[in-house]
Design a protein around this ligand. Sequence first.
Ligand code: COA
Length: 300
Amino acid sequence: MGRSSPFKVEALKGKVALITGGASGIGFEIATQFGLHGAAVALMGRRSHVLQAAVEALRSQGIQAIGLEGDVRRQADAARVLEATVKRFRKLDILINGAAGNFLASPEDLSPNGFRTVIDIDTVGTYTMCHESLKYLKAGGLGKAPSEGGLILNISATLHYTAAWYQINVSAAKAAVDSITRGLALEWGTDYDIRVNGIAPGPIAATPGMRKLAPEEMKSRIRDDIPLFKLGDKWDIAMAAIYMASDAGKYINGATLIVDGGLWLSHPRIIPKEEVKQLSRLVETKSRKDPVGMPPKSKL
Ligand code: COA
């Protein structure tokens, strides 16, 4: 049994969400939690057996769910999947762009095509899904009242806030995703009552991303660098997504919420805390007694 939710079970009642990459990892946890909070969910993914297993697992919990095969890199797939979602559930309120590609490679070993492949999935795929979903998501879109707006939630990362080893393609892709989030929040918030936000997860336990990017023996090293000294759970990301998608987030637009335990801020502590206390007092006392290099008071 997972951890119980602090949100009301009807927080997303009546909402319809399409989640790309929704059949596994973080996407699947978002689908599960959205379903448990009253939403109907459509999952988009490339592997039919994975989709099938995910849909069965959701339905066994009483969640309305469908799985639709498709690749976000193909515009025709995007259009078909969106159409099928609306045909089944009569409208679309929320699009979550969770589909992503990733692998570790140093730039000298990463061909332009390897760079492009991740940009195509993460960035162009996100844009394509947004573009194709506009007619459904907008206020008064197919099956919706003129006052019913929509939400796009882009799953991003924190790699590009500074720089990340061996992930130059993903860093570039997610930087562009954040830019799409802000650009669409501005334009589609204004014109169509669509809020556009993001979530930037840090290292999240038991995800395909962690399995690919952080072998078991690296996990304790990563933990040591996180101010909270623990990896995140998929649940943490799903709760952030419910916050953004429920009424609680109705005034949030253009924001990417970082859910990483503070990891992106982390630097090694170069002086122990006790040493700082003593050293700092010493320096201050000394400089009051002997203000070397300080200009005379009259000139201050
Ligand atoms: N190191 C270096 N280059 C790599 C690579 C690696 N580990 N994996 C793929 N590439 C390069 C390929 O060599 C190829 O470039 P080339 O034509 O110049 O040789 C290019 O990337 C495309 O590879 P291909 O295998 O055809 O791509 P794909 O579309 O089948 O797969 C991936 C896309 C590579 C991103 C694949 O890992 C994927 O689809 N992953 C989805 C799931 C995932 O990554 N989840 C984690 C999310 S955080």
